[in-house]
Structures are given as C-alpha cells and as structure tokens.
Design a protein around this ligand. Sequence first.
Ligand SMILES: [Zn+2]
Length: 95
Amino acid sequence: MIGQQFGRLTVIKIDGRDDKRNLWLECQCTCGKTKRVRLDNLRNGKTQSCGCFGREQRSRGSARRASERSRARYGKLSLPVAEATVYKALAKRGK
Ligand SMILES: [Zn+2]
C-alpha cells in the first residue's frame, strides 16, 4: 500500500478509518503537497491529485475561453488568434 501510486498521488501513510470504515491515506502529490484521501476515491480514480490537476484543467479551460474571446474580437476577419496576430503585424508594417 505505502508507495503505491494513483495518478499524481503516492501513498505515504495509512491514516486510519472513519466511522463508515473507509480507509484514509495520506498521499504525496507530484506537485509536493500532501493530501488526505479515501482509498476508494483513489481506487475509482475520483482523486488523482491534491487538487492541482483539477486546477490546471480549469485554468486550461479559462485559457481556452480567453482565446475564444480574442477570436471574437477579430471575428470580422474570422481568423484564429495566431493568424490574426500575423495580420495585425502585417497591417502595422503597412503591407
Ligand atoms: Zn498536487
């Protein structure tokens, strides 16, 4: 059990059971944080990090939203952001 890996978490300590007889484990995340998680949540894949993974997913989501926003800004050109940037650079050079 100790040293077993689930996603980003490595079990470092068995932390006892709660009153529903769920086994709790103290885990070390790859980001360096430790987190107390239930064994069944590790086993069924619900918990795979200290929470940093979910945060990264969410920030990726907001990055996508940001790029959609800037795409909307150049909506008339209907260009993806990178091309819009090139277009702007070209426009600045006066073609
Ligand atoms: Zn983490």
